[in-house]
Design a protein around this ligand. Structure first.
Ligand SMILES: NC(=O)c1ccc[n+]([C@@H]2O[C@H](COP(=O)([O-])OP(=O)(O)OC[C@H]3O[C@@H](n4cnc5c(N)ncnc54)[C@H](OP(=O)(O)O)[C@@H]3O)[C@@H](O)[C@H]2O)c1
Length: 327
């Protein structure tokens, strides 16, 4: 059957996101056909569109998108544990989510709990899984820690702020404008820093009484990462998990020596590769959504055919909250 999609045939500005149709096959062994109800737009979709690659593509032509929610419409041979009509979500099953229907491996699908609204999950699932490994596995945030979160008003950032606070941390958060500073303060950020006009290293050292922080969560990359190293206390770790401003330039490893620092460049894919890890992160995230410990703002909900507009919004740095596409 044919289904609506948005495709990229060359790297470039948002206009390269072209609405069209794609042929999809019936689900094969171990596969499920899902009708998408909400497609989360993530910053990584921008990297894919502009060709800021991590070594392994994707190369045009391709259908972008790494996350969506939907309803099971058909089940392939041998699939157990899913039935037609189930509400499901998926993240990082390879690219290809900017489509109305998608055939997916059943072993990467997660059922959406009855208590949770579709849009809420579509707007936050991949980001929630990301926060889980950043805050609870890669560096384990403890009560009393002071942590620095860059781009704190962004999609991942605002979840990081709320979740880190819940784990007992004091949160310093950088943001691009006064309005965003006010916004993250409302989410519980103890010390917003407007890094477009304030020196975030000086501010972090002032706030921590000259000690520095044990961990920096840096999704901005090129513009911030060397400063992030300067914000660390001895034996601290700088985690570069995103490159919104570009990739971090090479630097001498010796730069880490005097304070015994660590750096890490992680990706969600590896942290949820095992089914038990995917299930644990999903369950813990859904619990926080269900008891309203995490507030999710949806900044815009657009038709799938307006994917280009969605990209303009998330690259434009003016919104605080998630952007959803609806087939
Ligand atoms: N490694 C992983 O496992 C993983 C998983 C998920 C997401 N990520 C990363 O996490 C980050 C956040 O993802 P998201 O989807 O939630 O996006 P987002 O945070 O909503 O958007 C990116 C934010 O980065 C900031 N920024 C700083 N310099 C920028 C620049 N030159 N151009 C555009 N934005 C700039 C902007 O906030 P200000 O205006 O406040 O500066 C912007 O809102 C992304 O870097 C993404 O790649 C990584």
């Amino acid at each position: 059957m044919k289904t609506a999609c948005v495709r990229i045939t060359r790297f470039g500005p948002p206009e390269v996101l072209e609405p069209g149709e794609v042929e999809i096959a019936a689900p094969g062994p171990g596969e499920v056909l899902v009708r998408h109800t909400g497609i989360g737009v993530n910053f990584v979709d921008v990297y894919h569109r502009i060709g800021q690659l991590h070594g392994d593509g994707p190369f045009p032509p391709f259908i972008p998108g790494v996350q969506a929610n939907g309803v099971v419409e058909a089940i392939g041979p041998g699939v157990q544990g899913f039935a037609v009509g189930d509400r499901v979500t998926h993240a990082n099953v390879g690219i290809g989510s900017y489509v109305a229907h998608r055939v997916l491996p059943a072993d990467r699908l997660v059922r959406v709990p009855d208590a949770l609204d579709d849009d809420l999950v579509a707007a936050s699932y991949l980001r929630g899984l990301t926060c889980h490994y950043l805050l609870k596995r890669l560096y384990v945030v403890k009560p009393g820690d002071t942590v620095l979160v860059h781009a704190a008003a962004g999609g991942v950032g605002q979840l990081m702020v709320q979740w880190a606070r819940r784990l007992g941390a004091t949160v310093i958060g950088t943001v691009g404008s006064e309005a965003k500073a006010e916004y993250v303060r409302g989410l519980g950020c103890d010390h917003p820093i407007v890094y477009t006009r304030q020196d975030f290293v000086k501010e972090t050292m002032r706030i921590t009484g000259g000690e520095g922080v044990p961990v920096v969560y840096d999704s901005v990359g090129r513009d911030t990462f060397m400063g992030s190293l300067d914000c660390l206390r001895p034996m601290g770790i700088a985690i570069n998990y995103g490159t919104a401003s570009g990739q971090v330039e090479p630097f001498p490893l010796q730069r880490l020596h005097s304070k015994s620092l660590s750096v890490c460049r992680p990706t969600l894919r590896t942290w949820i590769a095992k089914r038990e890890d995917l299930d644990r992160a999903s369950t813990e995230f859904f619990e926080l959504l269900a008891d309203r410990s995490l507030k999710i703002d949806i900044a815009a909900k657009l038709p799938l055919s307006e994917a280009a507009r969605a990209h303009e919004l998330i690259e434009g740095r003016s919104i605080s909250g998630a952007v959803l596409l609806q087939p």
